[in-house]
Write a protein that binds this ligand. Structure first.
Ligand SMILES: [Zn+2]
Length: 651
């Protein structure tokens, strides 16, 4: 009933906003290269789906092709022989594979048939069974469109990595055979790896799903209502072939993936809260009401700030799904117009987890969604750019990572801490699946790029940086941008040559790492054998009028060389700004540099020219002892946050 009321409200406002559930845009927003018509029937007790699809695919490359590679992502859960399980060791994002001896822990995507123009097609698997290279019966020329008909069965695993079920919840992601991306004369259709995510072409999706009518369905896109012979509207129609099943008719335009999730109606409530022209649906468990309020606030901040900074969220709908606690593997994930977000029940530190996750997953509607870069090859363009958006939006809306008034934690703290652990392992320019380990992947995909963009902002200044980001987002939406596109646009908009920045921070693995190594004070004394009129006279050494003066030594521990400013405050109330070209490995400043009194405090890079400076612990000094108890609390906060960072990781 509630759903029906929502449906009627949806219809009324849809008409007012000039779209209908089955047609969103008069003019396509994207090139619509890969378009899907899918029909599936869910076997709820068996957690399997029997389905068929037609992929209308256009060759948008520059050469003809006889290949048609299909991602069969769920085969990564077929058994321990998949690349995904081998690379992850059955662990990902803080979750792990369930009992490997239990058949229900595993899943698959089994192709039944692949046909083109009435002919059955053959093919072979790639690096593992997560990609199937179909051989077409003939060359498909650039500009030509083919309709490939596929029948398959999907079995969902117990969820540990994004897709699957737990208890009465099912997250259906990566669930259908999906064509790779053909650019120029090259197919990009990488296996499902443990670290990296996805890459696909834009298109329209028309999806019909038959499932038990006791289930509540959350999904990408809009639901096309069913109107019966009496003119009454329902959100799904009865399935004539399956008792107690309804068939949902779903639609989405200019997206590159489609996801859905179900849970029994009694366990999941749904609420709609519109933001301007966007219908936002929240599916949540009633016990998570407190987190829901926080998520709504964060999603609204995301919608508002992305519009201010990039461009207006163009889709008519957004669905936010609260996953149950035993399905945490499905949590914190992004799909077009559909995100899963985290709830908290125990939160003594008031860490803004629901807010960060909601803003982060929403931000992916831009970086991943509309700016659909190749996540296998350049994961930092979506995760990294989006982590920067998350940091900026969190800073704008909440100022600090903690809800506590007592402690302020910068909103890029997690990224900085992640980078701090090991900044030099892999370069940003390397395909993500080749990174050394999960920790290195998260540093390269999330942490370092956030600091790199902070660094670019420090070089360009906030207004110019905003202009660079806005232009990049606007010009490259729906176009699969690469890092070269970003550099080209950043240089054009800023009028700056960014070669040095690019070489050091994007392509290199070296670090900018300066630190205050030692601060001391000494008496200035004079005496000893002094020259007198009748020869040397001994005077015991004693303090001169100069008295106490300070000494400070800086070190350069990284290989990136930049000039650096040191600001110090002396006991005699003087403030000094000292410059170091940073070329040598260390530098000492003393009374010859004007330090004629002991140093009370000192700070490196006081104007914030180097947000990517690695060691924030040793970039400031104060002679005053820390307040009692502070050390304890800062250790607690630091320990909890880094623990969370290492254990979790948001998608
Ligand atoms: Zn992410």
């Amino acid at each position: 009933m509630r759903r029906l009321m929502l449906l009627m409200m949806s219809l009324a406002s849809a008409v007012a906003h000039g779209w209908t559930p089955e047609k969103w845009f008069e003019q396509p927003l994207s090139p619509r290269i890969a378009n899907y018509r899918i029909q599936g029937t869910l076997d709820w007790p068996g957690k399997t789906l029997q389905a068929k699809e037609v992929i209308s695919w256009r060759n948008a490359g520059t050469k003809s092709t006889r290949d048609f590679p299909l991602h069969l992502y769920l085969n990564s859960f077929k058994g321990p022989q998949s690349l995904f399980v081998k690379e992850s060791g059955g662990r990902l994002r803080g979750d792990s594979l369930n009992d490997p001896k239990d058949s229900q822990s595993w899943g698959y995507c089994k192709l039944r048939s692949v046909r083109l123009e009435g002919r059955d097609l053959e093919g072979h698997y790639g690096k593992d069974e997560t990609v199937y290279w179909v051989k077409l019966p003939r060359e498909v020329n650039p500009g030509e469109t083919i309709d490939v008909e596929i029948a398959w069965e999907s079995r969902y695993p117990r969820v540990f990595a994004r897709s699957g079920w737990a208890g009465h919840f099912l997250m259906s992601g990566q669930w259908f055979p999906k064509v790779g991306v053909y650019q120029g004369d090259r197919w990009s259709c990488e296996a499902y790896h443990a670290f990296t995510e996805f890459f696909s072409d834009f298109g329209t999706y028309d999806v019909e799903l038959s499932m038990p009518n006791l289930l509540r369905l959350a999904h990408t896109g809009t639901a096309v209502p069913y109107v019966d012979v009496h003119g009454k509207a329902f959100d799904a129609r009865p399935d004539p072939e399956h008792k107690l099943h309804n068939i949902w008719k779903l639609h989405a335009e200019d997206v590159h993936d489609f996801a859905w999730a179900v849970m029994p109606k009694g366990s999941w409530a749904v609420e709609r809260q519109d933001y301007r022209k966007v219908q936002v649906f929240y599916f949540y468990q009633p016990e998570h009401l407190n987190s829901l309020k926080r998520q709504k606030d964060a999603v609204e901040a995301g919608l508002r700030l992305s519009e201010d900074w990039y461009f207006r969220y163009p889709y008519p709908t957004l669905t936010v799904v609260d996953t149950p606690s035993d399905a945490s593997g499905a949590d914190g994930m992004e799909y077009p117009t559909f995100i899963t977000s985290s709830s908290v029940t125990f939160d003594p530190l008031k860490l803004r987890v629901p807010e960060i996750t909601a803003i982060h997953e929403f931000g992916h509607q831009y970086f991943y969604g509309m700016l659909a870069s190749n996540e296998f090859e350049e994961p930092w363009l979506d995760e990294g750019f989006n982590s920067w958006f998350t940091h900026k939006a969190m800073e704008q809306r909440y100022q600090s990572l903690l809800g506590s008034r007592r402690f302020h934690v910068e909103t890029d703290f997690l990224e900085w801490a992640g980078y701090w652990f090991g900044p030099s392992v892999d370069p940003l320019t390397q395909p993500g699946y080749k990174d050394r380990d999960w920790g290195s992947y998260t540093r390269v995909a999330y942490s370092k790029p956030t600091l790199v963009l902070n660094q670019l902002e420090a070089i360009l200044g906030r207004p110019l940086m905003q202009e660079v980001m806005r232009t990049y987002a606007l010009e490259m939406r729906f176009k699969h941008p690469t890092r070269d596109d970003f550099r080209r646009i950043a240089e054009r908009v800023s009028g700056r040559d960014l070669s040095e920045f690019w070489r050091d921070f994007v392509e290199g693995t070296d670090i900018l790492d300066f630190a205050i190594s030692k601060v001391s004070a000494a008496e200035v004394t004079a005496g000893g054998w002094m020259d007198g009129p009748k020869g040397p006279v001994f005077t015991p050494p004693q303090p001169t009028s100069l008295g106490h003066r300070g000494i400070i030594t800086l070190v350069r521990r990284g290989n990136i060389i930049r000039p650096l400013k040191l600001r110090i405050w002396l006991e005699n109330k003087k403030e000094l700004n000292l410059l170091w070209d940073g070329k040598e490995r260390w530098k000492t400043f003393d009374e010859t540099d004007g330090i004629d009194s002991p140093i009370q405090s000192a700070v490196l890079d006081p104007d914030g020219n180097y947000p990517i400076l690695k060691d924030r612990f040793h970039s400031a000094y104060t002679a005053k002892p820390a307040k009692r108890g502070f050390h304890y609390w800062s250790q607690l906060v630091w320990g909890s946050i880094t623990g969370l960072l290492q254990a979790g990781g948001i998608g």
